[in-house]
Design a protein around this ligand. Sequence first.
Ligand code: CAO
Length: 423
Amino acid sequence: MKNQVFYIPDLGEAEDVEVIEICVKIGESVNSEDPIIVLESDKAAMEIPSPVAGKVLAVKVSIGDTVNSGTPFLEIEADGDELNSQPDDSSELEPGKEIEKVVTQNKSKQLNQNFSVQVSQVNQSSGSSIYAGPAVRKLAREFSIDLALVSPSGPKGRVLKEDLHLFVQQRLSGKENQKFQFTQPDIDYSKWGSVEEIKLSKSQKTSLTNLHTSWINIPHVTQHDECDFSLLMELRKQLNKKHKLKISPLAFIAKVTSQVLLEFPLLNSSLSKDLDHAVLKNYVNLGIAVDTPEGLIVPNIKNAQDKSIAEISVEIANLAQAAKNRKLQIKDLKGASFTISSLGAIGGKFFTPIINPPEVGILGVSKTFEKVITGKNGFESRSFLPLSLSYDHRAINGVYAVEFTSQLAQAIMDIKMIEKVFK
Ligand code: CAO
């Protein structure tokens, strides 16, 4: 058994690197390659392992020290004849001397290679921006936690054991998605000029949370399409006149959408909690996004597939009124299977609506616009309706989505069918 001092190996270009963790205690037995200290450069954390097995006699650096290649860091009483290949006079190896001697001796050369390989492995696996000590990395490995997902709270963005605990706790309680509420930077905007503060309403705060949760959790894709709305606008005019009603284009779109959804059940489904299956619904409870002074509210029309356009129109008006007057009941807000968000009365052309989970699709409708096309009788101006379908790409693929919007466009032009379901 021999007492040996070891030196920080070649750190490449890194200089004045900080010791951020000491992984062993004096008197502790270590195996060859067990981490002894952790260094942190600008780019990565590096474990410096013991080149031999033995008992730790001294760790010659402290947390916060800055070290370089060649700084002595470990004194060890090596087990058995681990170091027999080292010369007798090398019990206190000096950095320059040691390098020469190591090169000429196979055993020590191998030790030195292991030494540097381990350093570079940590460099690579730690990526360029994840800072964590070996104990934290070990724990993360044991629980298969991707350290990139853990919010660090240590100095210089280092992941601490407590961060892992918090991560696991949040995962178990399903609260990990709530932290986005706190992601706005704390900035004093009055430094640059006069400002005012407007308190968000409870409902705005709920929307804020729900919209952000949806955006973060659901891989959204939006399929845009446009359909010739001229025939339907003409029909609407005639029907409104004939029945002395004032039915919005939205009620027609809502009814046709409900019918087409029956042919595309996946868009009227929800994914199960364990993401094992899709739950297809044999009803279309159609959510209608309503803009209110308190924020966006989405009541839904139950069993829209069984209702006429006139009935749907009355329900939209009633639900929108109740939403604006804060008179909606819980049942009006629960159980939607698909949503329509219409900006048709306002303007714009195409947008990206955000899905209302657990639904997997939402149809955005914008204001009709005039477009000149080549018809049977030459050029003619027609009204086109912009459609924007956002879908959850985990549940719906692009072909299915575009087949839906194409079918919807066809159905909107099928005025014979529409007339039959008017009243
Ligand atoms: N193209 C052209 N005109 C349209 C249209 C369209 N797609 N949709 C409606 N209009 C017209 C109507 O014809 C009506 O005009 P007239 O009185 O001249 O006939 C006018 O717009 C108003 O329509 P409406 O009062 O019937 O309202 P609506 O049924 O279209 O919408 C509601 C009702 C509740 C959806 C709406 O008030 C609302 O809140 N929309 C906002 C939805 C929203 O904020 N979505 C979120 C977007 S992303 O966050």
